[in-house]
Design a protein. Structure first.
Length: 164
């Protein structure tokens, strides 16, 4: 496992941050992004917000359930980084999240991501921790990139995992 650290200005559009874009590298044709916002990197994009120019505007969990087992070569997983951000995002779109939904939100997504990633496939996760998809779901960490944004901003932690 390799760990590197870079510095870059923060941006709400994660993939427009140069060290992060470089970390992602080439994106294969069987790729998807369930929280794409304005990114067009993945072949199939989704965002709950209907104002985002994505292929689909669905709840991320429902979007992931539409794919067959072991379909994806790469998944870009850039969800809201905390339950507070998640609630703000959904509430801002007029979608109420129950306590049950928010409690299981991330684990339900990771279970679906594990199901649809091919053996040897890559998941690149972004957030404030290195939990990722996880060893218990059959993934191994290959690379971690810490992107410092300075000042009072949290680092963005980027983690590349391969499905065994």
């Amino acid at each position: 496992m390799r760990i590197t650290r870079e510095w870059s200005m923060p941006n709400h559009n994660t993939f427009s941050i140069k060290p992060i874009r470089d970390f992602i590298g080439d994106v294969p044709s069987h790729s998807l992004d369930p929280f794409a916002r304005y990114s067009e990197l993945a072949a199939i994009t989704n965002d709950l917000n209907p104002d985002c120019p994505t292929n689909y505007n669905m709840d991320a969990h429902d979007f992931l359930k539409t794919f067959r087992d072991e379909w994806a070569d790469m998944i870009l997983f850039d969800p809201p980084y905390s339950l507070r951000q998640l609630k703000e995002c959904y509430d801002g779109l007029g979608v109420a999240m129950t306590q049950h939904e928010s409690k299981h939100f991330f684990s339900d997504l990771k279970n679906e991501i594990s199901r649809i990633t091919k053996p040897g496939g890559i998941v690149i996760s972004f957030g404030w921790n290195t939990v990722g998809i996880g060893k218990s779901r059959g993934f191994e960490i290959e690379d971690i990139l810490l992107v410092s944004h300075g000042g009072i901003h949290n680092d963005t932690i980027c983690m590349k995992e391969r499905k065994l």
